[in-house]
Write a protein that binds this ligand. Structure first.
Ligand code: NAP
Length: 273
């Protein structure tokens, strides 16, 4: 039986085993999938032990995405663009690194939420690893504009500069946004499910009519960002569970060469939605 795992610290909360076990059942793939807790200073040693014991592939989560990228000898263009890796595949004598976060988000937006991205105006809140992973696939959908707004303005400027040859991306502060409205606002900060929304940093009422608020974080109750978006008159809202499932499906394709259906897994994890 081929062995796979999600590696992170912490990792106990991860829904990835449920998702991949469901994919494996539905596609008839013989594989196991577990959680692998690595010490913060022990990523490489844990990965080496895993492969020595027959491991074939890993999903990589916080805080190891940069270390995973550095470990791999072979990298996809998606991983190179993001400078980070969420998917490792063992290629017999070396690791292959991919990054399926951005393409997973695009698939959730376009395929599941029917959000047209071409010609739209998009605001990305945050300029960390997740925002970087999303930027290439987002610009490939030819939006009219992408604005990055980040607490540390320098990081937003660096992110915009790194991707400006891919499309119309700029870094602005809330004051500079000055009444601009967006069809899509993506929260790619790590304020998570318990943090406070930085109201003074974010623009008031940034949503165009019918605009979608999308949080990369997922929870069974509205997240702080989605509660804020509702107060700011966002008409549509989604959390990142769809992205999580879609990025997992892309990883499954990298490992097994088979594309699993994602809707049944979404229905399993969020019954009644
Ligand atoms: P990261 O690299 O640590 O970046 C964190 C970002 O959040 C930075 O831009 C940081 O701003 C900003 N930030 C943190 N605290 C803030 C606060 N109190 N106020 C305003 N901005 C704040 O983290 P990441 O890897 O990009 O992850 C971001 C989120 O995406 C995480 O919650 C992660 O779980 C989620 N994610 C979800 C999926 C999925 O499949 N659904 C996939 C990937 C990531 P500064 O630059 O100023 O520090």
């Amino acid at each position: 039986m081929d062995r796979y795992a999600v590696i992170g610290n912490p990792v106990a909360h991860s829904k990835s085993p449920l998702i991949h076990e469901a994919f494996a059942r539905a596609t008839g793939q013989r594989m196991s999938y577990e959680r692998l807790l690595a010490p913060r200073d022990g990523f490489v040693a844990t990965v080496e032990r895993f492969v020595a014991e027959g491991g074939r592939g890993l999903n990589v989560t916080v805080p190891f995405k940069l270390e995973a990228y550095a470990l791999a000898k072979e990298k996809s263009s998606r991983a190179d663009e993001a400078q980070a890796c969420n998917t490792l595949a063992w290629r017999g004598d070396h690791w292959y690194a991919d990054n399926t976060d951005g393409v997973g988000l695009m698939r959730d937006l376009t395929h599941n939420l029917h959000e047209p991205l071409a010609g739209r105006d998009v605001l990305v809140l945050g300029a960390g690893g997740a925002a970087r992973g999303v930027m290439g696939p987002l610009l490939a959908k030819t939006p009219r504009s992408v604005v990055v707004l980040n607490r540390t303005e320098r990081r937003a400027a660096e992110l915009a500069a790194a991707f400006m040859q891919h499309g119309p991306v700029t870094a602005l502060s809330a004051a500079q946004l000055n009444g601009r409205r967006f069809h899509l606002v993506i929260n790619a900060t790590s304020i998570g499910i318990n943090g406070d929304v930085p109201e003074s940093l974010w623009p008031r009422r940034p949503f165009a009519p019918g605009g979608l608020a999308y949080d990369l974080v997922y929870a069974d109750v509205p997240t702080p960002f989605l509660r804020w978006a509702s107060k700011q008159s966002a008409e549509r809202m989604a959390d990142g569970l769809g992205m999580l499932i879609e990025q997992a499906a892309e990883s499954f394709v990298v490992w097994r060469g088979v594309r699993p259906e994602t809707q049944p897994v979404f229905a399993m994890l969020r019954p009644g939605s």
